[in-house]
Ligand binder design. Structure first.
Ligand code: ADP
Ligand code: MG
Length: 345
């Protein structure tokens, strides 16, 4: 069997509007083994959703385009497959659940019919066989009275129940890979915890790999084995989840971690670090985080660091390079602050 189920290599997905080029995803690489969960974390606008849409070849057209890289799934590059070929994979070998289930469920069909449709399409089941399986899968995702619920319409269900239906639909075809893009963000905290527990249980039972996209580090701590931190279209840190929380390297990751109110009680969502993620169109030649970084030196503003490897831990920060010591006395950042002054602030 192949080492990785999914390998994303140097993925670049850009948007072209009114003559401007927006590098939404700019050279992203990561890999996922079978049965493993990789959490992709980052603030809004960092390129998480466009990364996941790129994997499924669903980049918004006509302005968005994958301009470089490879997405190798089960040994096959998905980029460049025909629409017919990618459809066989989408919703079959790779499923996706989104933040807002109402936009993905069809309001005019019963939930039973919608799940059955997925099964009939991908598994070639008869209607009666499918009905049995739909009831089974609704029970698996914790929907009570499944026999009755199959005849209900999406608007008759609560948000939490709808998200369970979405998970049931995503799992109806036993996917190898489940992409979950902020699946619990729209839910209250209790329901959020239940859905996460459900996904963790299902992963153990089915050995499905999960790409878990979130801006919530608590979710990562609860469900992922590995973490990729994205900032403005780039991966800035990539490591296993224990190392990430014990020894984060990138100043951005450190900021994210210290801003979590508490891993067990995350009612509040704080703005992690002062300032906002710049727009991808405002990218400069330096480190993309330099404008918000307390450690930033002239080198950081002048030149973007590469993704450095420290054992298996990857981080895109000059602090961990030999060149950092040489730059000690320069001290002036692009904001005109000295390094010393910005450390005090
Ligand atoms: P995230 O999911 O991390 O919040 P996205 O992947 O949705 O971020 O978006 C990343 C960036 O891609 C956005 O900041 C935006 O600049 C750009 N982008 C996303 N969708 C479009 C679009 N339809 N047209 C133009 N630019 C877009
Ligand atoms: Mg998103």
């Amino acid at each position: 069997m192949e080492e990785y189920l999914l390998e994303v290599r140097n993925l670049k997905t850009y948007f072209y509007n009114d003559g401007t080029e927006t590098p939404a995803v700019d050279g992203v690489s990561f890999e996922l083994k079978r049965g493993e969960t990789l959490g992709i974390v980052g603030e809004s606008g960092s390129g998480k959703s466009i990364t996941s849409l790129s994997i499924l070849q669903l980049v918004p057209k006509p302005h968005g385009k994958i301009v470089d890289g490879e997405i190798v799934f089960k040994g096959r590059n998905l980029i460049g497959l025909s629409e017919k070929e990618i459809r066989k994979i989408r919703g079959n070998e790779i499923s996706m659940i989104f933040q807002e289930p109402m936009t993905s469920l069809n309001p005019v069909y019963t939930i039973g019919n919608q799940i059955a449709e997925v099964m009939i399409l991908h598994q070639k089941l008869s209607k009666n066989q499918a009905k049995e399986k739909v009831i089974d899968i609704l029970k698996t995702v914790g929907i009570p009275n499944a026999e009755k619920r199959i005849d209900q319409y999406p608007h008759q269900l609560s948000g939490g129940m709808r998200q369970r239906v979405m998970i049931a639909m995503a799992l109806a075809c036993n996917p190898d890979l489940l992409i979950a893009d902020e699946p619990t963000t729209a839910l209250d905290v209790t329901t959020q915890a239940q859905i996460l527990e459900l996904m963790n249980d299902l992963k153990k039972k089915t050995n499905t790999s999960i790409l878990f996209i979130t801006h919530d580090l608590g979710v990562i701590a609860d469900s992922a084995e590995k973490v990729a931190v994205m900032y403005l279209g780039r991966v800035v840190e990539y490591t296993d989840v224990e190392t990430f929380f014990e020894d984060p390297k990138h100043p951005y990751s450190k900021g994210l971690i210290t801003s979590i109110p508490s891993l067990t009680n995350r009612v509040e969502r704080l703005t992690p670090i002062q300032g906002q993620v710049p727009r991808p169109s405002d990218v400069t030649e330096g480190c993309r985080f330099a404008g918000r970084c307390k450690e930033a030196r002239a080198l950081c503003v002048a030149e973007e660091p590469p993704l450095l490897s420290i054992d298996d831990h990857k981080t895109r920060c000059w602090i961990y390079s030999d060149r950092w010591e040489d730059t000690k006395d320069e001290g002036v950042t692009g904001n005109g602050r000295t390094a010393a002054a910005s450390r005090e602030s």
